[in-house]
Design a protein around this ligand. Sequence first.
Ligand SMILES: Cc1cc2nc3c(=O)[nH]c(=O)nc-3n(C[C@H](O)[C@H](O)[C@H](O)COP(=O)(O)OP(=O)(O)OC[C@H]3O[C@@H](n4cnc5c(N)ncnc54)[C@H](O)[C@@H]3O)c2cc1C
Length: 389
Amino acid sequence: MAATGLRMGVVGGSIAGCAMAVAGLRAGADVTVYERSAGALQDRGLGIVIPPALHERLVATGYLDAAMPTAPVAARVWLTRAPDGRSAREFARQPSPVTPCNWGLLWQALRTASSGARHHRGRPVTAVERTASGGAVVRTAESEETYDIVVGADGHESLTRRVLAPGLRPSPAGYAVWRGTLPLGALAEHRRPLELLRDAWVTVGFPGGHGIFYLIPRGGGGADDRLLAYAIYATPPGRSRGEAGYVRQLAEEYFPQEWAEIVAHGEHTAMTCHPVADLHAPLAADPPFLLAGDAAGVTRPHTASGAVKALQDALCLEEALRASASAAGALRHYARERTPEGARLVDLGRRLGRAQVERAPDWTAMDQGAVEAWCRATLAGTSSYLYAD
Ligand SMILES: Cc1cc2nc3c(=O)[nH]c(=O)nc-3n(C[C@H](O)[C@H](O)[C@H](O)COP(=O)(O)OP(=O)(O)OC[C@H]3O[C@@H](n4cnc5c(N)ncnc54)[C@H](O)[C@@H]3O)c2cc1C
């Protein structure tokens, strides 16, 4: 079926919402996007890593402009603090081709690609309801519109998901993630970390957690127009959510000196901390509703797959709309493919979180062979693009 004339309403205009709008438009649907925020979303996120093959496919199919800057690297380096107490010890290096993106630039590229849709900004959806004829109504304070398909791309607290899975709650992991970005110019004196980061993304292991460091594009396309992005996973003391001071103290105590100085640097362009949690909707679609991105499921960030999943959700919807005889058939096709993938990623995130935070190994005792064996045992046969052979 070409979806010509099909009316598709999308709740949420972020990564998943814009990607789903592109999917609908490419399949021939008439698409309307409702976004709660009135402002531009560029500054909302930080670094987003995606697999190179997905990036190539999205460029080839027109979801992303080839000119969108990325900062690809081919390897992963594992570090911990050396016995001298200050320098870095590299204990493993693995092939791990990834394409780091800037969340804001990725959103902007998808927003541009979806400009054929009607985008309503500053328009929170207050309710979505089934109609007797098999469609759904999207209500806002100003409007009430009926659609053949309603896509819930409204994030981890999705209102749309409440219709499909009432009462579903996130499962807290019991630890937190601190994220930050810094301009490279602020780090001129940190020559060694920067040299390493030009070719690799870096994991720094410490007792009870780890940090991930990588470069992302800042705005322009040049190899030096980069930000350094990091995410540090640890269990904050007591029941607190964790303050910036805590992660700096942790880095000072356990990181190699130059990496601790990066975390403590005063020129951050962004810094956040939040508890890690996950959830998974038992069904990714039930006509006329469909869930995409974080609305369908949130995985612990160790998988680097939330935005990846949203983008794959969109590719799947486009294919399903083209291949199915009806909108309901397309949504059932989507549910068959995307429901198990969401569950697999949640499980993968839990495995990685257990291995790297909850039961973090003694990093000081790890070497290349130990890391490889530990990665194989953690993955236990499932795949992750971060852990290429
Ligand atoms: C530490 C960390 C690192 C990560 N790293 C990666 C990575 O490397 N790779 C990767 O792929 N993913 C990563 N992710 C995940 C990724 O950031 C998210 O999965 C992705 O941004 C989710 O996009 P979304 O569009 O589904 O949700 P959101 O960005 O949350 O968007 C939901 C949108 O819906 C709107 N909305 C909500 N309710 C309503 C309503 N009632 N009416 C209208 N609009 C509404 C909101 O305003 C918002 O704009 C990471 C996440 C974290 C926390």
